[in-house]
Design a protein around this ligand. Structure first.
Ligand code: ASP
Ligand code: SER
Ligand code: ZN
Length: 604
């Protein structure tokens, strides 16, 4: 994910306020264009303090850093609300198109809006910081008090075990951590909804859906259309995977026609299934298209080497090397002696060159993909850092999430062999199907998860789902979309949604669903630019300066224009569309149709 902490200092705010008053007495009234110019400067100058406070809390959780972060955020949100208020006086006034766009973007500039009442705003920012800290500090004591582990180690262990009971214990132990966040989350939603209403939105969900250059209703329809395009692909993967799991664990545990037990997919949230590819999902084990897990461990790759590898992909496209401060200031592994938020994120502290990654990297292929993903955010930030502050963002947030993942689509078995992390495999149909299955366990498995998180939150924010029903509805929707279910009963004393970082930290999630569609559109366009001829799934743009130039042009535009314009420049279409994804997976889809024949697919 990418962190957008836009925060402000009270001291600076007071000075600016005085300056504005004095200016009003002596100078003519500010024009809309001057107003936007001032906002860009103020936001940009004030971003630093917020990012610093956010960074320090996330990399060193203590009551003090939590309080400092909450206070800084409080001041930012006060400034943000007043900026939105001031902007209203320019409604209908003449201004440059760029100023009109900046003012339109302004209102969606935060994901956790606050009420104007100072006491309520303080309460909201404290809850926000406390929820983030609680997620970061959550631990499950696997082996009594001595063996307490966080999300990074628990996730790794769940990915590795094939013991049903052990997996269930890890899964349950992590999900039980959500309960402590339930009361805080309930109150947080009330307050943030009030903030959204004061900004003129129906609720926080409507605010999130309004960030896409179209109405919230149109946006809901777009996501629905995309979901219907890809649903059959997911159903085919689900069917095959359930059959494989039934062979592994027995039909009494994994029942035909029933949802898959949520703890058996090698991932705490069942969102991506790559950890069970090597030994459970690989269609032709003798061909051995393996993940890079084994090689990374055998060759003792560390976090630095993995990060250098990611950087070298981007430089091969013509991007600059990362600045020295990146290497000095990033947190690439979990520190020994303090609590941190392990969920990977990318930060640009100063809106310029001070870019950093925060991660608890483990030497496995999933984490290798994650660091490639995170550097996508940083190269986006670095590419648009000359734009005015209000244009420094992804064309929409799904674009931001898609850059590093697009790059990952070029991390083919051939590319991995080239960097010594896979052995070269003789081309064959079996090798193609293996490779496609490895990608599908990540890219197709994720799709319903990417959709359901905000489906659920939109209903929570609109009031359709009441706090008393949080857990029941969460699992009903997970079952409906993903066809997975907890193996042991969950109830309303628990709060399983908060066991997912983005819920605890209130980060919108539809961006990932969009990204998983868009990245295939981007990949196809870049492969064309690189002059690649052949099936899409065989393309890697590594080393292509032409592809790099096309990508950079998109990144440099930031959010200065509506996203369909940006999309059209790269891909020739103004619409998000899953046909590139479907084209990419053609061989596997045909194979799965054959394989699933006669199986009882779907779930009740
Ligand atoms: N960047 C990923 C995400 O956006 C991080 C991860 O996979 O842990 O949340
Ligand atoms: N990085 C996102 C997550 O962890 C999507 O893969 O949920
Ligand atoms: Zn991301």
């Amino acid at each position: 994910m990418r962190v957008t902490n836009r925060k402000v200092s009270l001291a600076v705010l007071v000075v600016l306020g005085l300056a504005a008053c004095q200016q009003q007495a002596t100078a003519p009234k500010e024009t809309a264009d001057q107003f936007v110019e001032r906002l860009n400067k103020e936001f940009s100058a004030l971003h630093v303090e917020g990012a610093q406070a956010g960074w320090v809390q996330a990399t060193y959780i203590t009551p003090d850093t939590e309080a400092i972060n909450a206070r800084t955020n409080d001041r930012f949100l006060a400034y943000f609300n007043s900026a939105v208020e001031q902007a209203k006086q320019f409604d209908g006034q003449p201004m440059l198109p760029a100023s009109a766009r900046a003012i339109a973007l302004l209102r969606q500039g935060v994901s956790s809006p606050a009420p104007n009442d100072p006491a309520l705003r303080a309460e909201l920012t404290q809850l926000d910081a406390r929820l983030e800290a609680a997620y970061g500090q959550a631990k499950f004591c696997v082996a009594g008090d001595s063996g307490c582990e966080g999300v990074d180690v628990l996730g790794e262990r769940l990915g590795a075990t094939r013991d049903y009971a052990e997996a269930l214990k890890l899964w349950t132990g992590w999900h039980d951590q959500g309960a402590q966040m339930r009361k805080d989350y309930e109150r947080f939603v009330e307050l943030a909804n009030q903030g959204a209403r004061e900004l003129g939105y129906a609720d926080m969900g409507a605010m999130w859906r309004s960030g896409y250059d179209m109405s919230p209703e149109e946006f809901t329809a777009v996501t629905e259309k995309l979901w219907n395009q890809v649903k059959p692909l997911y159903e085919a993967m689900h069917c095959y995977t359930r059959t494989r799991l039934a062979t592994q664990y027995g039909e009494d545990k994994v029942k035909p026609g029933e949802p898959i037990p949520a703890h058996l997919l090698g991932n705490l949230w069942g969102q991506q299934w790559n950890k069970i590819y090597d030994d459970l999902l690989q269609p032709y084990p003798s061909v051995k298209v393996e993940s890079a897990d084994r090689a990374l461990k055998e060759q003792k790759w560390d976090a630095l080497r993995m990060t250098r590898s990611a950087e070298s992909f981007y430089t091969s496209l013509g991007f600059a090397a990362l600045p020295a401060t990146f290497w000095e200031r990033s947190m690439l592994t979990r520190p020994r002696d303090r609590d941190v938020v392990c969920h990977a994120s990318a930060w640009t502290i100063d809106t310029k060159e001070d870019v950093r990654i925060k991660m608890c990297m483990q030497p496995n292929e999933e984490e290798l993909f994650t660091i490639y993903h995170e550097l996508g955010h940083l190269y986006y930030d670095l590419s648009y850092n000359k734009l005015p502050y209000l244009f420094q963002g992804g064309a929409h947030d799904g674009f931001h999430e898609a850059i590093g993942d697009t790059v990952n689509l070029s991390v083919t078995p051939g590319y991995l062999a080239g960097i010594g992390l896979a052995r070269a495999v003789k081309p064959s149909n079996e090798a193609i199907i293996n490779t496609q299955m490895k990608m599908a366990a990540d890219k197709i498995a994720f799709l319903p998860f990417g959709k359901v998180i905000d489906e659920w939150r939109w209903k929570v924010f609109s009031g359709e789902i009441k706090p008393a029903d949080y857990n029941r509805t969460w699992w009903e929707m997970r079952r409906q979309y993903q066809g997975i279910a907890p193996a042991s009963p969950r109830d309303e004393s628990q709060f399983d949604a908060a066991a997912k970082y983005h819920v605890a930290a209130n980060v919108p999630y539809t961006r990932y669903f969009l990204s998983f569609i868009l990245q295939f559109q981007f990949h196809k366009a870049l492969c064309d630019a690189a002059g690649f001829k052949g099936p899409l799934h065989e393309c890697s743009v590594a080393g292509s300066k032409e592809a790099g130039a096309r990508l950079r042009a998109m990144l440099e535009a930031g959010q200065s224009e509506p996203w369909p314009v940006t999309l059209e420049k790269l891909t020739g279409t103004r619409e998000m569309d899953a046909s590139a994804l479907i084209e990419y997976f053609q061989p596997l889809l045909a194979w799965l149709a054959e394989k699933n024949r006669g199986q009882q697919c779907g779930w009740t």
